[in-house]
Write a protein that binds this ligand. Structure first.
Ligand SMILES: [Zn+2]
Length: 354
């Protein structure tokens, strides 16, 4: 009996090991400092420089330069913040629509800083790291290394992002408890998943060299699919997609998305279109990308057909993730009608990884 108990205990502690030793460090200093500057009578160049030298912003620039491009650096933000706070001395001429978009966002927030204060006061009592980490770790392999994730609340992104540099949250719209619980906490679990998942980033050089856009598109489907599974309370999600109101629309959109990916991949493998076209289908220029909802349903079907362990094995393997989805859809199609990729496409994908 004692042996059995020991075995059970060992299994239990191994399972929760990573999660137990992992922690979240919620860091509001970036948003708070921005709020302070909004209420300061005469902001100086030095104030802006000091703010941007804070740990949260230094890490944010690390993230941006790696992921948005080398122009999204401290210098750009120094110009943007100074233009917003000290317009009589500085005036940045935005080089492109993205710079303009960031400038407008920061200016607007500067004129309504109470929003930030309300948001911070509302969210702080609800930041239960155990609940968030439980969601995050329910879709990570047991081998995930324990670690502390820094969640930085900053100003300058107008969205959430994450990588090995930490998680950055910049969205101060949710100012009541319901929205915080319903949307913001799952969203933090989603972004935390990206952080921990980045341990499993491995670039398959061969595929990446020959098919960089295809690899990129599948990578986003996989990472967003998993993060959405972790972020959404799974039971809620099942209820949501199966509710009469949403079901038809969600299935229609999903089928349409899988069909367009299938058509584009067919052309791509027949040399009738370029890799860029694959990215354009998933991320149409000027429109919202479809990685989240498409990846989410793909992950959901894999779990429904083969269980969570099989799903989690696809982490870090974007092509296998897509192929596993196809197997899942074929299996589930005995009772349902789920879109699949043509065998021409899956044969080509299998050839890439074997
Ligand atoms: Zn995401």
């Amino acid at each position: 009996m004692r042996t059995l108990l020991t075995i059970i205990l060992v299994i239990y502690t191994t399972t929760i090991y990573s999660q137990k030793l992992s922690q979240i460090n919620f860091n509001f200093t970036g948003a708070e400092q921005f709020y302070n500057l909004c209420n300061k009578e005469a902001v100086t160049d030095g104030d802006i420089e000091n703010m941007l030298n804070m740990e949260c912003y230094r890490n944010m620039f690390g993230y941006l330069v790696n992921n948005w491009g080398k122009n999204y650096n401290k210098e750009l933000y120094d110009n943007i913040f100074k233009t917003c706070f000290i317009p009589n001395k500085h005036s940045l001429k935005p080089e492109n629509s993205n710079h303009k978009w960031i400038l407008n966002y920061i200016s607007k927030l500067k004129n309504n800083p109470e929003k930030i204060k309300r948001y911070i006061e509302t969210i702080k009592p609800h930041l239960d790291q155990e609940i968030i980490l439980k969601r995050t770790f329910s879709y990570l392999p047991k081998s995930t290394k324990e670690d502390t994730v820094n969640i930085y609340f900053v100003v300058g992104l107008n969205q959430g992002c994450a990588s090995e540099h930490g998680v950055f949250i910049d969205n101060y719209r949710a100012t009541d408890e319901y929205k915080i619980k319903r949307y913001t906490l799952p969203w933090i679990a989603h972004e935390s998943h990206h952080y921990y998942r980045s341990q499993f980033n491995k670039t398959d050089n061969q595929i990446n060299d020959k098919h960089p856009e295809l690899f990129q598109a599948f990578y986003w489907l996989e990472t967003e699919g998993f993060a959405e599974m972790a972020g959404s309370i799974h039971k809620d999600f099942i209820g949501y997609i199966n509710s009469k109101k949403n079901r038809n629309q969600i299935y229609r959109d999903f089928s349409k998305n899988i069909d367009s990916i299938n058509i584009t991949l067919t052309k791509y493998f027949k040399d009738e279109c370029s890799g860029k076209d694959i990215l354009n289908v998933l991320s149409p220029p000027g429109k919202r990308n479809i990685y989240h909802e498409t990846g989410h349903l793909m992950a959901y079907y894999i779990e429904s057909a083969f269980g969570r362990d099989v799903l989690i094995k696809q982490i870090g393997k974007p092509i296998e993730f897509v192929l596993m989805y196809n197997l899942a859809a074929n299996k589930l199609n005995q009772s349902d009608s789920i879109p699949v990729f043509d065998s021409f496409v899956t044969d080509k994908l299998i050839a890439l990884i074997t």
